[in-house]
Design a protein around this ligand. Sequence first.
Ligand code: NDP
Length: 449
Amino acid sequence: MFDIIEIVKNRDPQEKEFHQAVTEVMESVTPVLDQNPLYRQAKIPERLVEPERAILFRVPWMDDQGVAQVNRGFRIEMNSALGPYKGGLRFHPSVNLGILKFLAFEQVFKNALTTLPMGGGKGGSDFDPKGKSDNEVMRFCHSFMCELFRHIGPNTDVPAGDIGVGAREIGYLFGMYKKLRNEFTGVLTGKGINWGGSLIRPEATGYGSVYFAAEMLATRNETLEGKICLVSGAGNVAQYTTEKLIVMGAKVVTLSDSSGYIFDETGIDQQKLDYVKVLKNVKRGRIKEYADKYSAAVYTPVDPEADHNPLWDHKADCAFPSATQNEINANDAQNLVNNGVVVVCEGANMPTTPDGVDIFLEHAMLYGPGKAANAGGVSVSGLEMTQNSMRLAWTREEVDNRLKLIMKSIHRTALEAAEQYGTPGNYVNGANIAGFVKVVDAMLDQGLV
Ligand code: NDP
């Protein structure tokens, strides 16, 4: 089995995050491959790690000073066995082919777990929206779509948001798609509510992550009521994770951005969260300003030399990493254990390094990997596609109820698969195996394509 990991490493040695994602999935599914020789005969592992299509393009745009700028655009169409490619666009300076391949690979299995008919993809650019004016962001998004439009469509590939791509960016991208194609279709999800978006889509990843944590706790007859929670990030996922945790009676004491984090021992209530939403989504400010406004909060800037992140070194019950990949290393994982944390629920994609994951599993924590725990976002994206096709809009309650049911079903599916393959309570194995089997059986049905 480990041949495939060697093949991937030798072929693209610089794509570290992709190696990490492939290694985790392939290690989990080894018993499945051993029991089903047909999978190896059909070269399923080799096919899964190769994108069906990877598009790389130039994105030229003009800044406010009238200076021409050039960025790189990408779309990875990873696997369409279960439906049109589906997955977000990330705009962040760290974006490269390896990061997007890891995200697209994860997306394939995550989308399979939702039970909705969606393949997997991911895309984005090394463009940094931070510090750019609205007009610069618009010109960039329009230029990006001038190439992307020929590769996507409501039955082909349906992108959404991710880091750096929120409602503003989706609006500009959709506007240019509509102009170029001369058609109004559900080609992107995360659209504005009055022009085809779904209620609960902005909230879905964060709410879904909290629903997943509640399901995990229920297996030990516990609830989120009164739990102290560490949340990282201050963007879309972190904000709505915090919002739902407040509703469930938990107390959130941290938030962060790429510059540092705040610790508010008195808890972040809805009023303080509303301040964060305006700070981040409207003013596009820094989380440090929270500590300027609320004297109970302490701000700690990022120390690039540190071997651990102090955000994860507070007494708590639950941790919701909701910023970015590899934000919890082995030291952080050990600190979480030492501080009494029992639930780690990943709103972000692959936020824990492999040695960190090992520590969570060794301590039998309730550890919900991103592939399962953050699938609420793409689930409601799938529901947005359904509503667009039917040309109707469901109520908030209807979408939220469907989201809850999907998260419940993902939790049960992962738990059952883990049990079936001899690793009870191991949601990593469970999610990887359940997603894998669904995708590869569809691939086998469709022949060698
Ligand atoms: P946002 O852009 O809304 O927010 C991202 C947050 O994480 C910001 O606070 C940002 O800080 C911080 N961050 C980003 N990169 C880094 C970094 N390298 N180091 C430290 N902090 C960083 O993105 P989302 O909330 O949408 O996404 C967060 C995570 O959730 C990502 O892993 C994403 O893939 C995942 N996810 C998102 C889904 C969605 O529906 N949006 C669905 C499923 C998963 P700063 O402002 O300083 O950049």
